[in-house]
Ligand binder design. Sequence first.
Ligand SMILES: CC(C)(COP(=O)(O)OP(=O)(O)OC[C@H]1O[C@@H](n2cnc3c(N)ncnc32)[C@H](O)[C@@H]1OP(=O)(O)O)[C@@H](O)C(=O)NCCC(=O)NCCS
Length: 141
Amino acid sequence: MTIILKEHQFSIEEYLFLESQMEDMDETSPKQAQKSLNHHITAVAAFDGEKIVGIGRLIGDAAFYWCLVDIWVLPEYQGKGIGRKIVQWLLQYIKENSLKNTRVSVFLMAAFGKEGFYEKLGFRTRPHEYEGAGMKFELDM
Ligand SMILES: CC(C)(COP(=O)(O)OP(=O)(O)OC[C@H]1O[C@@H](n2cnc3c(N)ncnc32)[C@H](O)[C@@H]1OP(=O)(O)O)[C@@H](O)C(=O)NCCC(=O)NCCS
């Protein structure tokens, strides 16, 4: 199996299909998903031949703050190093697209039980000795 990673502009159908394959994921409305896809900085897809088997997206201001979202690998392709490749691809994108001689922060919200995956890739779980907890506020529109 050869997995190739490429920058990819998702169709809404591709995105919603992948989302539907993820456990414990709330279904999003196509309209909200399309608006989100229109506003991300970049997205990467992992391909097995023509088939998309994993994705990752970057949002943020591309200067101080970058945020990884939707790091998804199809269940039958998990545990093969594809998630790691996706995160490394996005980190490399950040390195190549940040202003030189600056410090940037890369954030994410780990799904429950996935912290160890990101820790292996160099992320620190908050809170720790000099940063408080990440916080979240949800609004129903
Ligand atoms: C989380 C996810 C992206 C990981 O992708 P993956 O392709 O299965 O992971 P990889 O095979 O690249 O694993 C890389 C390393 O992380 C480890 N790892 C994977 N999942 C882990 C977990 N939940 N906890 C701790 N370590 C984990 C692997 O054992 C591997 O370790 P190694 O380098 O010592 O061999 C994938 O399981 C997934 O899509 N899950 C469902 C969607 C989801 O929850 N996404 C995260 C949203 S925050």
